[in-house]
Design a binder for this molecule. Sequence first.
Ligand code: PMV
Length: 326
Amino acid sequence: MSTATAQSHPNIAFIKYWGNRDNTLRLPMNGSISMNLDGLYTRTTVSFQPSLPFDELIINGHEIAGAGRDRVSYILDIVRGMANIHERAEVMSENNFPSGAGIASSASAFAALALAGSKAAGLNLSDQELSRLARRGSGSASRSIPGGYVEWQVGTSDEDSFAFSIAEPNHWNLVDCIAIVSTSHKKTGSTEGHSIAGTSPLQAARVADAPRRLEICRDAILNRDFNTFASILELDSDMMHAVMMTSTPALHYWKLASLEVMNCVRQWRSEGIQVCYTVDAGANVHVICHQTEVLSINKRLREIRGVEDLLLAHVGGPAKIVENGD
Ligand code: PMV
């Protein structure tokens, strides 16, 4: 029996990935930039066992069958092919944060699976190979392999569509204050969302403008230029939601409380506070600020009606193998 355990953080995209040019390989329409979320994690143990007739998946203590398990088997099949092994695996995974509510649990899940699965199969993949493997499970998972601030380059094929660090976690002490306005599972997941992104007449314009937004965001991070960073973040998030709302079928992820938080954040910034928002495929609002602003932002967010809870995340490191007892 060969076993390995890996742990990885989810990430929040600053420049979003929405839409694939190849849905099977998950090759994106545009590059994206994110930061890993420290303190939130998925921890996954993969053990290949000769006695198992099929792969088993257990998430937070519950056995999962059907499409969720098939998606895991798809990654394990790639790993088995690379390692030339045939054993099925038991996959035990735990998240310490709510899944399915716009906090990208699939990103940390597939990054941890790629690392633990390849290690358990006896492979020693490079970070680029791991990022490509994680991408096949969930595009954003490619960005949870490297640490800190990360860019996933659009690439030309499977070989060069991977993510890499553009700055270490301690480069800039940003914090993601996640305003939880809903913990219910969203109706339309991102896999389906990507496949209909092209039905929005706005998607072509969003994609064509992506290299410009990527450059502005990358430079703003490298120069720690918060005001430029804030404007491009909000523009990019609003552009993605404009595409979502105008696709067929239309996807409306925002709730009233999401809008309330976004309005407040814009208001606070106009008063001189360095704070901005971004929203993934869910209702929760990721409020990004510098560490020095966290206490005041938290207090203000808690006063907004409809904000049920707050999660705080500093910039996180890369996916890693954990030994027993870590
Ligand atoms: O990796 P997926 O298929 O869950 O897609 C992620 C999509 C967004 O979270 C909305 C944007 C992003 O770049 O993370």
